[in-house]
Design a binder for this molecule. Structure first.
Ligand SMILES: [Zn+2]
Length: 176
């Protein structure tokens, strides 16, 4: 397990909460799921892309900043371990980078804030719904493999919001 200095990374600057130099907000599932539902209902695919890209970009910046500070985190394996720890500590859930490489991979989440929150508020979906997690994964992959933002395509092939056993993400690049 990668040792992060949480007391240093997580702090307050006046009224702002800051993680690794980046201000952030914390919301419960009522806010997060309502935001997603509103974006999907009003903007459709454009709203889904907005969620994906916001999660990708913000996570890319935070993770890049963290990796630059912790020189001992050098290998791909340790970066992905730190990413999974970050996901868990931030209350997003459990995530496993099962098989990943520069050209993509397979990532599984057996439990997450978004799944629990969506099922509690809106019940079973008929389409995969973990758009935030897809974007989050894209940001981590780009940072870990030193690729630009927008490099990775993340598709969710199985989703617990549809009452499937776990959320499974298939990652490819725009080049393949
Ligand atoms: Zn899902």
């Amino acid at each position: 397990m990668t040792a992060l200095n949480w007391q240093k990374e997580l702090s307050r600057e006046g009224h702002r909460v800051v993680f690794s130099g980046q201000p952030f907000t914390m919301h419960c599932h009522h806010y997060n799921m309502n935001l997603q539902k509103t974006l999907e209902d009003t903007l459709g695919e454009e709203g889904v892309q907005l969620l994906f890209q916001s999660a990708e970009e913000s996570n890319y910046n935070i993770f890049r900043h963290l990796i630059d500070q912790y020189n001992q985190i050098k290998t791909t394996k340790s970066k992905l371990e730190m990413a999974a720890t970050l996901f868990q500590y931030c209350g997003m859930g459990v995530i496993h980078f099962q098989t990943t490489g520069p050209s993509g991979g397979r990532i599984v989440s057996p439990s997450s804030h978004h799944v629990t929150g969506w099922l509690a508020k809106y019940g079973r979906r008929h389409t995969p719904g973990c758009h935030f997690t897809r974007g989050w994964i894209a940001g981590i992959m780009a940072t870990t493999y030193n690729r630009p933002l927008g490099e990775y395509i993340v598709e969710e092939t199985s989703c617990k919001m549809m009452r499937e056993p776990e959320c499974v993400f298939n990652v490819t690049t725009h080049k393949t």
